[in-house]
Unconditional design. Structure first.
Length: 149
């Protein structure tokens, strides 16, 4: 009975963690790219997942999204609750899909990007230096990866 309870708790913990990861990814897609095309939204999701896979960043989606000053929406002091229902629904569905298909290489048309920015909001960020190369521009976002991969 004790072993069954342990397995049940492990399953419930994994289900809760998966739901939390999906919500964190959906919030990042929503806040970073809700007005972008589906390609732009996938690009944001892929960068988030590329960071999870990278040794330079934390190991979970939520830790990547909440990392200090990485995504402006999380640190801007404004409420993070989505207010545009259709865009939030799309972000949730995209996040669920991306997390259920962990081989992101089939979606990674950013060529391994770990960063992106919107030049109309930030110009050229201080961290866009000679160690990074632009891999793609999708909508209003510029995607970059390290020169050394």
């Amino acid at each position: 009975m004790k072993a069954l309870l342990g397995v049940t708790l492990l399953v419930l913990t994994n289900v809760a963690q998966a739901a939390s990861e999906a919500e964190c990814l959906a919030l990042n897609i929503y806040h970073e790219a809700r007005s972008e095309s589906i390609d732009g939204q996938v690009g944001v999701a892929v960068v988030t997942l590329n960071r999870v896979a990278s040794s330079q960043y934390p190991n979970t989606v939520c830790e990547v999204v909440k990392e200090y000053r990485q995504f402006s929406w999380y640190w801007d002091g404004k409420p993070d609750t989505p207010f545009e229902k259709a865009e939030w629904y799309m972000a949730q569905k995209l996040a669920e899909y991306m997390l259920k298909h962990p081989d992101i290489s089939q979606f990674d048309f950013t060529d391994g990007a770990l960063w992106y920015y919107n030049p109309s909001i930030v110009g050229r960020p201080y961290w866009h230096d000679e160690t990074k190369v632009i891999t793609r521009i999708i909508g209003r976002h510029v995607f970059l990866r390290s020169l050394r991969m």
